[in-house]
Design a protein around this ligand. Structure first.
Ligand code: BGC
Length: 915
C-alpha cells in the first residue's frame, strides 16, 4: 500500500535530490532513524531519540556540528520551518541518541524531520532526505474504542473444567460505515488480547504478523498505528477483523500445557480515525454496534497447535461493504478485563522476510508427501492445491526426518504443529496460509491430497522480527562460513517479538539466560536495538518479583519467577550490552532502579561475597563445567562491575563508587576462595577459566599460570568444547583474553564430536540445542529436550566477528573502533563486516605467500586503532607505501607480533611481512 505520506515524501525526496549537489566526498547525513526505526508510527515516547549516519567517500571526514528541523507538515519542513523544533547549529560529533527537545508532542502529531551536518572544515552538508515519525494515542481519553469479542467460550468458573475446555474459536468481527466526502488521511490504532488480522474493504491493513506481539498483558499491550488512507473511499466502507488466541488465551505454556493463562477469550480494540477533505474528523471505534461471528472458516488456531480451516465455511465479502451480517451476533463488550497500559509497537514488526521453495519432494509412504525446504525456519507454509469439496489435507511440520524419510515430530513434544485444510472444491486452485500460529521446521508432510502434488504446492514463508541484517562473516573454510550463516538463521527464527529459546516444541518462551549469552553475537548479526529496547521493558519492568529478582523467563507468565544465576541476570547484562553497542544510556537509566533491586538481592543472598548457584547452572555441559560457587560468584563479581560502569555512564557517581568497591571485594573473595597458587581454579574445568578470563577475575601475577591451566583443560578434552550454556558463551573470548588463540582456533575448526563444525557436517542448517542432538552412532537425543534450533552454541559468533574478523567497539556505540584480527593458521582469508550504529566497518585479510594483506573500512566520523599482524613492523605498507609515510596513518607502537596504528575514517589497505 502506498500511502499519501510516502508519496509526498517521495516527491519531496526527488525535489531534494535535484537540489545543488554537495561537494563530492564531503560528509552527508543518511539513514535517518527515530527510536532506531525508519519512519515509525504511533510512538508514545515524548522525547524520542533521533539518529543518522554521516557518510563520505573521503578519509578522515568528521562531523563537528549538526542541525535538526522537526516540522508539523511537509510544507513547513520544505520551507525549512522547524515549527516543532529547530535545534540551531549544535557543536557536536554525536549522530545517534539525540533526544527530541522541541515543542511537547501531542497525540496523533506528525513529525517531519531532516538534518544537516558540518564537517571538520566547517563545511555544511545539504539537508538530508526527509523522514517522519508519528505519535500514537497518548492518553486514555483519546480512546473511544471498547474491547469487543464474543460471549462464546467464557470461563465457567470451574477451574478443572476450564483447563480441559477447548480453545476458543477464532472470532470474525465487522462493521460497515459510510463516508460522504473524499478522504484526506486515515489512521487505525489497533490491538487485541490475542492476535488480530485487520482488514478494510477486503484488504489487510499491514503485513504485520502475530500482532500484537507478546507482552505481559496485565502490564502492557502493544498497539499498532497504521496509516490506511489508501484503503478507504468516499461511499460505503467496511472494517473487519479476525481475532485468534495467540499467547493471551491459547494453550500456552508447556509442562504441563497451561491453557488460557492471561484470559479466557480473545478481544479486539480498534479505532479508525478518518479526516475527510472538508476537514471533518470521523471515528469508527470498536463497540457494541459491531457484529461478531464464530462460524467463519478459521475453526481453530493455536500457537502450538496450528490451524484448522474449512474453506466451505468461507463468508464471501465479510470484510467488504454490503455484506449481510444479519445472522451474526452483536459484539460482546469486554468487562473486567485485566489489561495493562496501551503502548506502541516498539520493535520492528514480525513480517515475512524469506520465502523458501521446496528443494525436494519425496513420498516415503503411499500418499504421504514430504517437502524439504532446504532450511530449518520459523514460520508457516502457503499451500496451493486443488481438490474436490470436502477433501481434507493435513500439513505436519518437522525439523528432521526419520531414517525412513518420514517426518520426526517427537521432539516437538506437546506442540501439534499441524494445519488442517478442507477444500471448498470447484475446480480451482485454492490457496491457504495460516493466521495465528507458527512452527519451527524444515520439512512439511502433506497428506490427504487426491494425487501427487507438484513441488510448488508448498511455499515456506519465514517470519520473525523484521530487523536489518548488520553482519556478515565469510572465510576460506566453507564449514565455518556455513556455521556463521546457521547462527544467523537461528537468530532470525528465535526473535519472534520476544527472544525465544526455540521455535519448535511446546516452549518458545523468552528465556533470559539464553539471550544474555547470545547477545554479543546477536548484536553483530542484526540491528536488535529496538527489539531489545522492547524486551528490556518485558524483563526489567514487567517481570521483576516482589523479592526484587528478574524472572527466568520474560514476559513473565507465572512460572520461573527467578533467581537462577546467569538467567535473570540478563536484566543487568542486556542493558549493559545495548549500552556498549549503541551508546544507549537511556536503556540503562530507565532500568537502573530495577537492576539495583536485582543486584541487591544477589548481595543479600551472598555469604562473605560468595554466592551459591541457583537454577540450571552450566546447562547441558559435557563435563567441562565448574563448581557451583565458582560460577555464581564469578557472575556476581561481573554483574557488580557492570553496575559500576553503567552507574558511571549515567552520572550516578556515588553508585559507581559503591559498586566498584564491592566488585573489588568480590574479586578478592573469589581469589581467596578459588584460585590456587599453581593457577588452577578450584573445581573448575573449561567453564571456570572462561568466566575468570572474561569477567575480570584473573590477578595479573597469576595470569600466565592460569592461562596454562586453562590450556590444560582444553587439551584434557582433546580440543573439544565440553561446557554447558554458561561456559560456551565465554569459552573462546576467554581463550583469546588468556592469549590462547591457537587453542581457540583448534576448538573452532574441530570437526569431530562434540564441536560446532560437527553439527555443520551432519547437515545442520541452524544451531542445535545439544552438542549431540544427533550423532550417527546414537541417532537423535532424548526427544524430551532436543531442539534443532537453539541459539546458545551460536554464541561462538562473537569470536568470528570480534576476533577472526577483529571488529570490536573501543568505546560505546563504536565511536572509536578496535581492529585486531586473529590470523588463524587454518584459514587463508576472512571477510567480515558489521554495520554499527556509527556506520559500516569492514575487515578483509588474506595470506599471500609470506605477506598478509589487511583491508579495513572505518566509517566517517569515527576513529580506529588497527593491529596489523607482522613479524617486522618496518615492512608494513599502507596503500603501497610504508605505513609510517602515510599522512592518514599514525604509528602508535609495536607489540608482540603486531604493529599498532591509529587511523581516522576511510578505506585502508595494509600489507605486512607475516613470516
Ligand atoms: C530451554 C533452555 C533453557 C533451559 C533452562 C530449557 O527448557 O529450552 O534453552 O535455558 O530450559 O531452564
Amino acid at each position: 500500500m502506498k500511502s499519501i505520506i510516502s508519496s509526498v515524501l517521495l516527491a519531496f525526496g526527488v525535489l531534494l535530490a535535484n537540489a545543488p549537489a554537495t561537494t563530492a566526498g564531503a560528509l552527508r547525513p543518511t539513514d535517518l532513524r527515530c527510536e532506531y526505526r525508519q519512519d515509525p508510527q504511533g510512538l508514545d515516547i515524548k522525547e524520542p531519540r533521533l539518529s543518522w549516519l554521516p557518510v563520505s567517500d573521503r578519509r578522515g571526514e568528521r562531523q563537528t556540528a549538526w542541525q535538526l528541523l522537526v516540522a508539523s507538515s511537509q510544507k513547513r519542513l520544505r520551507a525549512n520551518d522547524g515549527d516543532l523544533w529547530d535545534s540551531g547549529k549544535v557543536t557536536s560529533n554525536q549522530s545517534a541518541q539525540i533526544a527530541y527537545a522541541g515543542q511537547s508532542l501531542a497525540s496523533r502529531q506528525q513529525c517531519y524531520w531532516k538534518v544537516r551536518v558540518w564537517n571538520q572544515d566547517g563545511r555544511a552538508s545539504a539537508w538530508s532526505e526527509p523522514a517522519l515519525w508519528t505519535m500514537g494515542l497518548l492518553n486514555p481519553e483519546d480512546w473511544q474504542a471498547r474491547w469487543i469479542g464474543s460471549e462464546e467460550g467464557a470461563f465457567s468458573g470451574d477451574a478443572a473444567a476450564n483447563l480441559k475446555a477447548p480453545l476458543p474459536t477464532p472470532r470474525y468481527l465487522r462493521k460497515g460505515f459510510h463516508l460522504d466526502q473524499p478522504i484526506r488521511r486515515a489512521t487505525v490504532h489497533v490491538t487485541a488480547l490475542g492476535l488480530y488480522e485487520l482488514r478494510i474493504n477486503g484488504q489487510r491493513v499491514s503485513d504485520h504478523l502475530l500482532a500484537p506481539e507478546w507482552t505481559r498483558y496485565t502490564h502492557r499491550v502493544q498497539v499498532d498505528s497504521i496509516e490506511v488512507t489508501d484503503l478507504l473511499r468516499k461511499g460505503d466502507n467496511a472494517i473487519g477483523a479476525i481475532v485468534g488466541n495467540g499467547w493471551y488465551c491459547g494453550s500456552f505454556i508447556c509442562w504441563p500445557q497451561r491453557p488460557r493463562i492471561f484470559g479466557d477469550r480473545p478481544w479486539l480494540l480498534a479505532q479508525l480515525e478518518v479526516e475527510t477533505t472538508d476537514g471533518q474528523r470521523h471515528v469508527f471505534a470498536t463497540d457494541d454496534t459491531w457484529r461478531v461471528s464464530t462460524k467463519g472458516p478459521l475453526r481453530q488456531s493455536g500457537i502450538y497447535e496450528g490451524e484448522s480451516y474449512d474453506a466451505r465455511m468461507e463468508m464471501q465479502g465479510w470484510d467488504r461493504a454490503g455484506f449481510n451480517d444479519s445472522t451474526w451476533q452483536t459484539a460482546a463488550l469486554g468487562a473486567n478485563l485485566k489489561v495493562g497500559k496501551l503502548v506502541w509497537q516498539r520493535s520492528e514488526p514480525i513480517r515475512v522476510t524469506h520465502k523458501f521453495k521446496p528443494v525436494a519432494l519425496t513420498e516415503p509412504k503411499p500418499g504421504v508427501y514430504v517437502f524439504d525446504l532446504g532450511q530449518n525456519i520459523a514460520g508457516w507454509c502457503r499451500l496451493a492445491a486443488q481438490a474436490p469439496a470436502g477433501a481434507a489435507v493435513t500439513l505436519r511440520h518437522a525439523e528432521v526426518l526419520n531414517p525412513d524419510g518420514t517426518v520426526y515430530t517427537k521432539n516437538l513434544r506437546g506442540a501439534l504443529a499441524e494445519e488442517h485444510y478442507i477444500f471448498k472444491g470447484g475446480g480451482k486452485t485454492e490457496v491457504f496460509e495460516p493466521h495465528f500460529t507458527y512452527h519451527g521446521f524444515r520439512y512439511v508432510e502433506v497428506t490427504g491430497l487426491p494425487s501427487r502434488p507438484s513441488t510448488n504446492a508448498i511455499l515456506g514463508r519465514m517470519f520473525h522480527t523484521s530487523f536489518r541484517d548488520t553482519g556478515s562473516f565469510e572465510c576460506s573454510n566453507p564449514l565455518l562460513t556455513k556455521l556463521a550463516a546457521n547462527i544467523q538463521w537461528s537468530q532470525r527464527a528465535n526473535y519472534m517479538g520476544v527472544p525465544t529459546d526455540c521455535p519448535n516444541r511446546d516452549e518458545r518462551t523468552g528465556c533470559t539466560g539464553d539471550h544474555q549469552f547470545f547477545l554479543p553475537t546477536a548484536l553483530y548479526n542484526m540491528d536488535v536495538a529496538a527489539f531489545f529496547n522492547k524486551w528490556l521493558v518485558d524483563l526489567c519492568d514487567d517481570s521483576q518479583s516482589a523479592r526484587g529478582v528478574f524472572a527466568d523467563i520474560a514476559p513473565y507468565y507465572g512460572m520461573f519467577p527467578g533467581q537462577s544465576d546467569g538467567w535473570g541476570d540478563a536484566g543487568i547484562i542486556c542493558p549493559y550490552e545495548i549500552y556498549r553497542a549503541y551508546g544507549d544510556t537511556r536503556a540503562v537509566s530507565e532500568h537502573f532502579e530495577a537492576m539495583r533491586r536485582h543486584h541487591a538481592f544477589l548481595t543479600q543472598t551472598a555469604t562473605n561475597q560468595i554466592r551459591h548457584l541457583e537454577g540450571p547452572g552450566d546447562w547441558l555441559n559435557l563435563g567441562g563445567s565448574a563448581k557451583n560457587e565458582v560460577i555464581a560468584t564469578a557472575y556476581y563479581a561481573y554483574l557488580t562491575g557492570l553496575m559500576a560502569e553503567m552507574a558511571q555512564a549515567i552520572g550516578r557517581t556515588d553508585d559507581a563508587t559503591h559498586y566498584r568497591d564491592l566488585a573489588d571485594q568480590i574479586k578478592a573473595a573469589f581469589t581467596r576462595a578459588f584460585l590456587r597458587p599453581d593457577g588452577s581454579i578450584e573445581g573448575s574445568s573449561q567453564t571456570g577459566y572462561a568466566l575468570a578470563f572474561t569477567m575480570g577475575l584473573v590477578p595479573p601475577e597469576l595470569k600466565d599460570k592460569m592461562s596454562a591451566a586453562y590450556a590444560r583443560e582444553i587439551a584434557r578434552f582433546d580440543w573439544h568444547p565440553a561446557t554447558g550454556f554458561i561456559g560456551a558463551a565465554r569459552l573462546l573470548p576467554g581463550l583469546h583474553n588468556a592469549g590462547l588463540d591457537t587453542d581457540a582456533c583448534r576448538l573452532v575448526f574441530q570437526e569431530s564430536y562434540p564441536s560446532w563444525l560437527f553439527m555443520v557436517k551432519q547437515g545442520a542448517t541452524t544451531v542445535w540445542e545439544r552438542w549431540d542432538s544427533y550423532t550417527p552412532e546414537k541417532g537423535f537425543q532424548d526427544p524430551g529436550m532436543n531442539s534443532f534450533n537453539h541459539i546458545v552454541w551460536g554464541t561462538m559468533g562473537e569470536y568470528l566477528f570480534g576476533m577472526l574478523g577483529g571488529i570490536q567497539a573501543e568505546t560505546p556505540g563504536y565511536k572509536d573502533i578496535r581492529i585486531q584480527p586473529i590470523i588463524a593458521d587454518q584459514l587463508q582469508w576472512a571477510r567480515t563486516s558489521y554495520r554499527s550504529i556509527s556506520g559500516e566497518i569492514q575487515t578483509s585479510w588474506k595470506k599471500e605467500s609470506n605477506r598478509l594483506t589487511l583491508d579495513v573500512t572505518v566509517p566517517a566520523n569515527t576513529t580506529a586503532t588497527v593491529f596489523v599482524p607482522t613479524v617486522d613492523p618496518s615492512t608494513v605498507l599502507e596503500s603501497g607505501r610504508p605505513a609510517t609515510q602515510s599522512p592518514d596513518v599514525k604509528f602508535l607502537r609495536s607489540e608482540k607480533g603486531v604493529a599498532v596504528y591509529r587511523i581516522e575514517s576511510g578505506r585502508y589497505s595494509f600489507s605486512s611481512k607475516r613470516q
